[in-house]
Design a protein around this ligand. Structure first.
Ligand SMILES: *Cc1c(COP(=O)(O)O)cnc(C)c1O
Length: 462
C-alpha cells in the first residue's frame, strides 16, 4: 500500500502545481488585496478539510488558491502601507522553499553546519551595520518579539550572575512610551516590572529623561533595575531614541542597554539616515527584523549581542543526548546557545541567498527608496489643502491628518479602500502634550510602491 511518503504520479503532479503557483505568485507585482472573511463563512465555503481519508492534494490546494489565500492581505502589496508591511525579494522567497526542502536542523553546527555558515555570513553583515565592537555577534530568531525576549533574558541573567543578591529581587526595566508592545509583554514573560519613561519634546527617549527616571526611583527599585530598552525606530512613528545619551546613562549606571531596532534596523544600511543611530554601537544587545525592512520572507528576526558569552550563559541548553559531538567538524557555532529556541528553522538562509545574489548595495538602494517615498508622501501631503502632516517623517513612517475627520471617518475610509481591493492604509493614534488624536499613517517598505500610488491614496481622502 502506498504511504504518504511515497513518490507517485499524484505527488509529481502536486509538485508541479505547487511550483507553478509559487512561480506565478512571486512574479506577480500586484497581488490581489484580499479582504478578511469570518471563520464560519470560510468553513461554509470550503467545508471540513481534515478528514480520516484526506480530501486529496488537488482539492485542498484548489481551495487554498480559490478561497483561502484571497482572504489574507498580501504583505507585499505595493499599496499595503499599514502596520509594517513586507517586501521579500524574489531570491529570498525562492530560497525559503529551498530551506524547507533541505530539511536542516538549525540548532547545532553538527547538523546544520553549511546552513549555519550561510546564516552567519548574513549575520556578519548585520553586525557590521551596527558598528558593535569586534566579538559581537548574533543569531536569527522567529521575529522581534523573540529577539527582544532572548536579549532581556540574557540581560537579567547577567545581572543576577554579577551579584547573587540580585536573585532576591524582582527585576525591573525601563523603556519609553513609544516602545513596542512586545517589550511590555515580554517583560511579563520574564516576570519583570517595567517603567515607561515619557519622551522629550521631540518624542524621543533621551539620556536626560532616563537619568531623571532613574534618580526618581526608590532605593529598592534602583536595586531591581537591570536594563534599559531604547527604540531604534518606533513602530508607530519611526522615531529613534537619542541612543548616544541613553548609552551614557546606561554605562554610568551599569545597566544592560538593549536597542530594539526591529523595524528601523534596516535603515542602518541607509547612509542618508545612519547618523540618527549614533550610539547603537554601544548597546549590549540589538534587535533587527529582516522580515521587516531587509526584505526577508516571514519569519525572520535577529538578536545581536556585544558579548556572546553572556547570551550563552543564559540560553545554552544541556542534555545528556547533546554531549555526542566528537567530530571536530561538528564543533562550531550552535544557534540554540543564544536565543530561546532549540529546534529551529534556518530562517536566516533566505536573507543570505538574497544578499549573496544581489550584494549589499542593492539593499542600501531599496531601503533608501522607502525613505524617499516617505519624503515624497510628506511633500504631497503638505501640498494638499485637505491634509496636514502631524510631524515630519521619521525613517519611512509618515503621520498625517485629514482636516475635519473624526475617528469614524478614518475607519470608514480604511474599510472602503480595503473592500475595493485598492489599498490598505489604517488609522493610528498619536499623543502629544497629553492629547490623543486619531490620524492616518503610512509605513513604506516596498520599493515597488510608486509616487502615483501615494497620490491616488491621498486623493481618496478628498
Ligand atoms: C515589529 C516590532 C517588534 C516585534 O517584532 P515581531 O517580528 O513582530 O515579533 C518589536 N519591536 C519593534 C520596534 C517592532 O517594530
Amino acid at each position: 500500500m502506498k504511504s504518504m511518503h511515497s513518490i507517485d504520479m499524484e505527488t509529481v503532479e502536486m509538485t508541479l502545481d505547487i511550483m507553478k503557483y509559487a512561480i506565478n505568485r512571486i512574479s506577480n507585482t500586484n497581488p490581489e488585496l484580499g479582504s478578511p472573511v469570518r471563520e464560519e463563512e470560510l468553513l461554509n465555503r470550503v467545508g471540513e478539510t481534515v478528514t480520516k481519508e484526506g480530501i486529496g492534494g488537488e482539492k485542498a490546494f484548489q481551495m487554498f488558491k480559490d478561497v483561502l489565500v484571497k482572504t489574507a492581505v498580501p504583505a507585499d502589496h505595493p499599496r499595503h502601507l499599514a502596520f509594517v508591511p513586507a517586501a521579500p525579494t524574489r531570491a529570498a522567497t525562492l530560497f525559503d522553499l529551498v530551506t524547507s526542502a533541505s530539511s536542516m536542523h538549525g540548532a547545532y553546527w553538527m547538523t546544520g553546519g553549511g546552513g549555519i555558515f550561510c546564516e552567519n555570513q548574513a549575520m556578519k553583515w548585520l553586525v557590521s551595520l551596527t558598528g558593535l565592537p569586534e566579538g559581537a555577534f548574533g543569531v536569527f530568531t522567529s521575529g522581534g518579539t523573540s529577539a527582544n525576549l532572548s536579549a532581556m533574558i540574557a540581560a537579567r541573567e547577567a545581572w543576577r550572575d554579577r551579584n547573587e543578591d540580585n536573585r532576591a529581587y524582582k527585576a525591573l526595566l525601563i523603556t519609553s512610551n513609544g516602545a513596542h508592545s512586545s517589550v511590555k509583554s515580554m517583560a511579563k514573560v520574564i516576570d519583570a516590572d517595567i517603567i515607561l519613561v515619557d519622551d522629550d519634546e521631540d518624542d524621543r527617549l533621551t539620556g536626560k529623561w532616563l537619568q531623571k527616571a532613574i534618580d526618581d526611583l526608590s532605593e529598592l527599585d534602583r536595586k531591581r533595575l537591570f536594563a534599559v530598552v531604547a527604540t531604534g525606530g518606533t513602530t508607530n512613528a519611526g522615531i529613534i531614541d537619542e541612543l548616544d545619551t541613553v548609552a551614557d546613562v546606561c554605562e554610568k549606571e551599569n545597566l544592560w542597554y538593549h536597542v530594539d531596532a526591529a523595524y528601523g534596523g534596516g535603515a542602518l544600511a541607509a547612509p542618508s539616515v545612519r547618523h540618527l543611530f549614533t550610539g547603537i554601537e554601544r548597546a549590549d544587545s540589538i534587535t533587527i527584523d529582516p522580515h521587516k525592512w531587509m526584505f526577508s520572507p516571514y519569519d525572520c528576526g535577529a538578536v545581536i549581542y556585544k558579548d556572546l558569552e553572556l547570551a550563552k550563559n543564559a540560553h545554552s541548553q544541556k542534555g545528556s543526548y547533546l554531549d555526542i559531538f566528537k567530530d571536530p567538524g561538528a564543533q562550531g557555532f550552535n544557534p540554540s546557545d543564544y536565543q530561546i529556541q532549540l529546534t529551529r528553522r534556518l530562517r536566516g538562509l533566505p536573507l543570505w541567498f538574497s544578499l549573496a545574489m544581489h550584494g549589499t548595495d542593492k539593499y542600501t538602494e531599496a531601503i533608501e527608496r522607502g525613505l524617499e517615498l516617505a519624503q515624497n508622501a510628506a511633500q504631497q501631503i503638505e501640498a494638499a489643502p485637505h491634509l496636514e502632516l502631524v510631524r515630519d517623517p521619521s525613517l519611512s513612517c509618515v503621520l498625517f491628518r485629514r482636516v475635519g475627520w473624526n475617528p469614524d471617518n478614518y475607519r470608514d475610509w480604511t474599510y472602503d479602500n480595503h473592500k475595493a481591493g485598492f489599498a490598505l492604509v489604517t488609522p493610528t493614534k498619536w499623543t502629544k502634550n497629553g492629547k490623543t488624536e486619531t490620524i492616518s499613517r503610512f509605513c513604506f517598505i516596498n520599493p515597488d510602491t510608486t509616487e502615483k500610488d501615494i497620490e491616488e491614496i491621498l486623493a481618496s481622502m478628498k
